[in-house]
Design a protein around this ligand. Structure first.
Ligand SMILES: NC(=O)c1ccc[n+]([C@@H]2O[C@H](COP(=O)([O-])OP(=O)(O)OC[C@H]3O[C@@H](n4cnc5c(N)ncnc54)[C@H](O)[C@@H]3O)[C@@H](O)[C@H]2O)c1
Length: 389
């Protein structure tokens, strides 16, 4: 018999809480905060996620964020939050240079950690994070949310099912243009000490994860090329300029274990492109293409049907049988960017409760970081660089 709304609400309220502290409350803070509030409304989960506390650096701004995003409270005292036994999960939504220190502190306090990408500034940092997480026996996740669009999750399912045959080649690009204007200000995203690298760490990190998630391929070697078109930018304060010591654009070739090959392009100066995150996968028998700007669509070629009527067809991945779609609206009622974060969180909560694997975890973060670092080294030396395991 169908449960009444009141029964459903009572059942949800009785579920054990999963209390989350979120560090950082700007762009990603809003995306994560929205997911934390939405997830139990659309996914039937064994735990009730509670947006408990926002951790910021300025109390007034953190208070405003907590109120707007629906958290119970805000603080600037991370140590006190980590000492609080009622906090289960620490969600790291701060710039890249702070991921390592905040995460290590959270892991020492035995909190589960969800961390933004790229996991760290270097492979050494990422390995330290993954090693401590393992030792502390806590669960981890990296916010590579693009794995969890209905269309990309379907792509992974189709490739795993063998619909394309063995994968031979991937083309991946992630192109934006918000730094195309030399007058665009410097920020933590243009300073290597704070971000590690430019378009590469920012955007290729997602592509590397997406290719691994969709195809299961592992990188064997890479050959990179980078360029910085604007070497100094105005500071954000309006006084003076700051050096830019990261790439504006980055390209690399990849060889995968088993013989497949790939090309990767990232840019924050690709005039006219806003958030063009696109992946193409070519197999022996079939191929597919996905583009974030048409988030719910998957282009698929399977070479079936009459010879004169073959070609790529577009699947709208919003029927109940597509990944995540049934949790939202009736067939064909599309979802957007923010939903990928909700899906990520729903899977994490379920995995945490069931004791099943969650991907991408910090080991996946390390794998991504190894490729990022190898491509940077290659761009500096002009040589192919082999990826260590
Ligand atoms: N998954 C995605 O699609 C995606 C998209 C954008 C950014 N990111 C990643 O998310 C992270 C944050 O990026 P963003 O765009 O939200 O940056 P942002 O600059 O918009 O926000 C950073 C936030 O962190 C706070 N902060 C900075 N240092 C801090 C510290 N030491 N302690 C506490 N708070 C601190 C800032 O006050 C701000 O609230 C980065 O690692 C970035 O690469 C991921």
């Amino acid at each position: 018999m169908a449960k009444s709304d009141r029964e459903r609400k009572a059942a949800a309220a009785a579920r054990p809480e999963l209390r989350v502290a979120m560090v950082g409350h700007a762009f990603m803070g809003r995306a994560h905060g929205n997911a934390l509030r939405q997830v139990n409304r659309f996914f039937d989960l064994p735990r009730r996620v509670v947006p408990a506390v926002v951790v910021g650096r300025d109390q007034a701004r953190a208070d405003a964020a907590a109120q707007q995003l629906g958290f119970e409270r805000a603080t600037t005292d991370l140590a006190a939050v980590l000492a609080d036994p009622t906090i289960d999960v620490v969600d790291v939504a701060t710039p890249n240079d702070s991921h390592h220190a905040i995460t290590l502190a959270a892991l020492r306090a035995k909190k589960h950690v969800l961390c933004e990408k790229p996991l760290a500034l270097s492979t050494a940092e990422a390995v330290a994070m993954a090693t401590l997480a393992k030792r502390q026996r806590v669960r981890t996740g990296v916010w590579h949310n693009y794995r969890r669009a209905p269309a990309t999750a379907l792509a992974a399912r189709l490739i795993a099912r063998g619909e394309l045959g063995a994968v031979r080649q991937v083309r991946a690009c992630y192109l934006q243009d918000w730094l195309r204007d030399p007058a665009a200000p410097a920020s933590w995203r243009t300073e290597r000490r704070r971000c590690g690298s430019g378009a590469h760490g920012d955007l290729d990190a997602h592509l590397i994860d997406l290719v691994r998630a969709l195809t299961g391929l592992e990188f064997a070697a890479v050959c990179g090329l980078q360029q910085t078109f604007t070497k100094r930018r105005p500071t954000g304060t309006g006084r003076g300029t700051a050096a830019v010591d990261v790439d504006d654009a980055f390209c690399f070739l990849a060889r995968f274990r088993g013989g497949a090959i790939g090309t990767f392009e990232s840019s924050r100066t690709a005039t006219g492109r806003k958030n063009h995150n696109c992946i193409e996968v070519y197999g022996e028998r079939g191929a597919l293409r996905w583009n974030l700007e048409r988030l719910n669509e998957l282009e698929l070629f399977t070479g079936t049907g009459p010879a004169d009527a073959q070609g790529f067809r577009t699947i709208l991945c919003m029927d109940a049988l597509h990944p995540y779609a049934a949790n939202w609206w009736p067939d064909g009622h599309i979802v957007g960017y923010e939903h990928t974060f909700v899906h990520h969180l729903a899977d994490f909560v379920r995995a945490l409760h069931d004791g099943t694997p969650f991907r991408p975890d910090f080991q996946d973060g390390v794998a991504v970081q190894r490729v990022l670092d190898a491509a940077l080294r290659s761009a500096r030396t002009g040589r192919w660089v082999t990826i260590g395991r």
